[in-house]
Structure formats: C-alpha cells, structure tokens
Design a protein around this ligand. Structure first.
Ligand code: FAD
Length: 453
C-alpha cells in the first residue's frame, strides 16, 4: 500500500474535492492527488434534486433503494473523513449551481474528481471547465481496473465485442497496489456545514445491503474469508440467495469499494486458498463490468439512444399498459413476474433474472428497451450507468453484441433455473391472464411523441 501523504506540495490554496462514484478514502487516487496539491480542501457531495423528479421515461433517476443505500454510504464516508480531521459538505443542488456557489464562497482554485463513465456527469465537468477557465481541473481513474492510458487501443477503437476486448486486455498487468491518502488537508477555516433538507430515506436495505465503505470492506473480507469463491462459477446463475454470487455490485456502483480492492482480495485468495475456474470467473465478470465502463466512455450519449451505440435501426414501440404490467410483475410469464416482484421488494435482481426480464420486455412484449433500462435505473440498488445501459443495449441487439438481439426462451429458463417453481411461488409470480393491452393504440399518440429520440 502506498502512503504518499507526507509529500504534500501545496500548489493550490483551496481545493474542492467533488465526490461522485468514489465514496471511499481507500484506494482513491483522485483524492490522494487533491490531498497532495492543496493547503485546504473542501470535500463535497452533490445530491441533485433532478434525480428525484420523473425523467423522460416517467421514472425517477434515483429510486428509494439506491437513495437509502447512497445515504448510508455518505454517512459512512463522513465518519471516515472526520477521523482524518475533514468534513463532508452535502449540497442539495444541481452540480453547476452548487459547485458554482462554493467556488465563489471559498475562492476555490482547483477542483478534483474521479473519472466518470456517465455522459451527463462528464458534460457537467466540461461545462464547469468552460465556465471557470482560471481554475485547475484534475481527475483520475478510480472506477476501473485500467487507466485509459494503459488500454492497448484508443477509446474510439474500443473492440466491438466483449470477447475481443477480453483478448486484448487479459495479457495486461493490473496494478493492484492500493493508493490511499493517510492524511488530508484541513477544510477551510470557519466553514459551516449545515446538513440540507434531503429527500427522506423511506426504506431500509440493511437486511441485504448496507451502504458505505466500512460495510463493503467487511463484506469483501467475509466473502473471501469463506470458500464461496471456489464454487462461484457453478452457482452464479441462481435466482435467489445471498451466497450464489459475490454481491459486490452496489458498493462498486457508488464506489464504496474499488474494483482493484476486489482484485487484490481475489489474488490473495488464489495465492493462499485456491485458484480454479470459479475464481477466474469472478475476474471474468469484473472484466464485463470493465468493458461496459469503457463502452460508456466511448459512446457517450449513444448509450441512451434507441438505435444504440452502433446506430442499428430497430423497430420498436411503446405499449403503456404492457410496460406497467411488466414493471409490476403482472405479465403472462410467472418467472418474469417473480423476478420483477423481487426487484420491487428488494432493489436487487440476479443477473440471470435481469437477462430474462429484459429479453421478455423487448421480445415478448415488444416494448422499447429504453423504458426497461430507465425502470432498472430507478429500482436497482446497484444501478451503474455503463453496466445497466450497456447490458440493455446488448440484450436489445443494438450494442456490444455481434450476434444481435438475445431472445431467452422463458419456459426453458424456468425449467432450468426454477424447475420446482420455488422461486415463482416465493414471490407470488402467478401469470396474469387476459389482455395485456386494455389501452387502445389510439390512446397513445401523446406518449409516442414524448418518447421520440
Ligand atoms: P456477480 O455475479 O458476483 O459478479 C461480480 C461482479 O462482476 C458484479 O458485482 C459486477 O460488478 C460484475 N458483473 C457481473 N455480471 C456483469 C454484467 N453482465 N455486466 C457488467 N458487470 C457485471 N450491474 C450493475 O452493477 N449495475 C447495473 O445497473 C446493472 N444492470 C444490468 C442490467 C441488465 C439488463 C443486465 C442483464 C445486467 C445488469 N448488471 C448490472 C450486471 C449484473 O446483473 C450485475 O452486476 C450482478 O447481477 C450483480 O450481482 P453480483 O455483484 O452478485 O454479481
């Protein structure tokens, strides 16, 4: 572990560290860079009110499960910052207005953040740079295994499929030494940090996932302290249960843990306990995540386009009632219903379930895939822009899959993964009988207009 905290040239008087998808101190290179270059540092997290209002798909960007998890992560981060003599300023405002006010109030001369895969997040960063040209802006890769500069291709030449990507990056060495600031510059003198009135936290996800780096590290230690990694590949496709998969995704999504922390623990397990197909497969799945991070970087706003990153023309439509029934778990497909009810009740769904329900929305229900992606964005506790929209494009056949649209046979999936209907019965997934389209075609021109690209 590198501790470079003693080398602190004070290049900037007042720095602002903008926490985003990196809610940790451990292995946070961007925070370390800020610590090394500033005399005093404002640590800020912006909660954007727009997250809680309906978006163009009629969904919220931030649903209750993720908000509850995120809030716990912020409280945990605040504690860790306090232990280093720092504070966390939580601002309930849009990034441009919120940061603009702080820049003026504290005479900030340098802004630091972690690199982000999100198009809109990057747009805010660019707008800030345009608006405040006299300031120093600096970012570092903390969300990925590789830095962009170490990829063996330019981003615009990102391989068109995961397999090609994997073949190119697998020979690369991954530096799993963790880079952590052991001390931080103090906050500006006399700064007051009243907590704003944030949207209420309505649900507790504590029984499944507890937000925050301290819980992430505990879970990491428990997972690799068990023998579960040795059987991951055999059980990873189950529909329900805590132990069949790693459950790292929510902490990875908000950055309470870094992928390099996971890789380091995985390497230790392989060195000290066992290395087999299953342990390799954990790395393999993390490579999928890596691919979708760079996919989001490479394709920007095209991640959200109906025709996808590859501008592949597809015929799709919007049936409001089918979509509603899919969201509620009230379709003619019991397995899909059970998965959606699980999602609605917990904020989580298995990878197998996600593939099945996404395929159903696109193929059986012929609904525009973006509505499904937006609903997942609202509901998932582990929502991640690259993984969510990238996987949806992949399933809809407009993204990173040379084989085109992926159609899952729901009856076959049920026979393989829920042969006794245990999962379906647990979640009350009984089939909806009757028409899926009580709303007539003639009733939806308004929606049709609203949802054009
Ligand atoms: P594990 O099976 O234990 O996998 C280990 C890690 O590998 C995961 O934590 C994740 O970081 C990564 N991973 C595994 N599968 C994938 C994959 N297909 N794509 C990208 N990374 C993967 N994952 C998210 O983190 N956020 C999302 O918003 C998200 N949306 C999805 C939407 C759809 C339609 C589909 C099909 C998949 C989506 N996934 C998403 C990927 C995957 O379903 C979850 O990462 C996984 O179920 C999380 O549980 P886990 O941590 O136990 O996964």
């Amino acid at each position: 572990m590198l501790d470079q905290s003693n080398q602190r040239p004070s290049g900037f008087h007042t720095g602002l560290y903008w926490f985003t998808n990196d809610l940790r101190i451990e292995d946070n290179r961007a925070l370390l860079q800020a610590a090394e270059q500033t005399q005093q540092l404002l640590c800020v997290y912006l909660v954007d009110p727009a997250w809680f209002a309906p978006n163009r798909y009629g969904q919220k960007t931030m649903g209750q499960y993720r908000w509850s998890f995120l809030y716990a992560s912020l409280v945990d981060l605040e504690k860790s910052l306090n232990a280093l003599g720092q504070k966390l300023l939580i601002v309930f405002d849009s990034p441009l207005d919120g940061l603009g006010a702080l820049i003026a109030q504290y005479k900030v001369d340098a802004i630091f953040r972690s690199q982000n895969a999100g198009f809109y997040e990057n747009k805010h960063w660019q707008l800030l740079q345009q608006r405040y040209q006299m300031l120093h802006f600096e970012e570092a890769a903390t969300h990925t295994m590789f830095a962009e500069s170490s990829l063996p291709f330019a981003l615009e030449d990102l391989p068109g499929s995961f397999s090609k990507f994997r073949r190119r990056v697998e020979p690369l060495d991954i530096d799993t030494r963790l880079v952590t600031a052991k001390s931080l510059p103090p906050p500006p003198w006399g700064a007051r940090w009243p907590r704003p009135n944030l949207p209420p936290v309505e649900v507790k996800t504590s029984s499944m996932f507890r937000g925050g780096a301290s819980h992430a590290e505990k879970h990491l230690a428990q997972y690799f302290g068990s023998r579960l990694p040795s059987s991951y590949k055999e059980v990873r496709n189950a529909l329900e249960g805590w132990e069949y998969s790693t459950k790292f995704s929510p902490w990875l999504a908000d950055g309470s843990i870094s992928v390099r922390q996971i890789l380091q623990a995985l390497n230790d397990y392989e060195a000290n306990v066992e290395a087999n197909d299953s342990t390799y497969w954990i790395y393999f799945e993390l490579l999928w995540r890596e691919y979708f991070q760079w996919f989001a970087h490479a394709y920007g706003v095209k991640l959200f386009n109906k025709d996808g990153a590859k501008s592949q023309k597809i015929l799709t439509s919007f049936y409001p009632e089918r979509f509603q029934r899919w969201c509620q778990g009230n379709t003619p497909y019991p397995l899909v219903n059970a998965c959606m009810k699980q999602l609605n009740a917990t904020g989580y769904m298995s990878n197998r379930g996600r593939q099945i329900v996404a395929s159903c929305l696109v193929n059986e229900l012929s609904v525009d895939w973006r509505y499904g992606a937006a609903y997942f964005e609202q509901q998932l506790v582990d929502y991640d822009v690259g993984s969510n929209w990238g996987n949806w494009q992949y399933l809809a056949g407009v993204g990173a899959d040379p084989r085109g649209q992926r159609h899952f046979d729901i009856a076959k999936q049920t026979a393989i993964y829920d042969p006794q209907n245990t999962f379906i019965n647990n979640w009350g997934g009984q089939a909806h009988t009757g028409s899926m389209d009580a709303v007539d075609y003639a009733d939806w021109p308004i929606d049709q207009r609203r949802h054009k690209d």
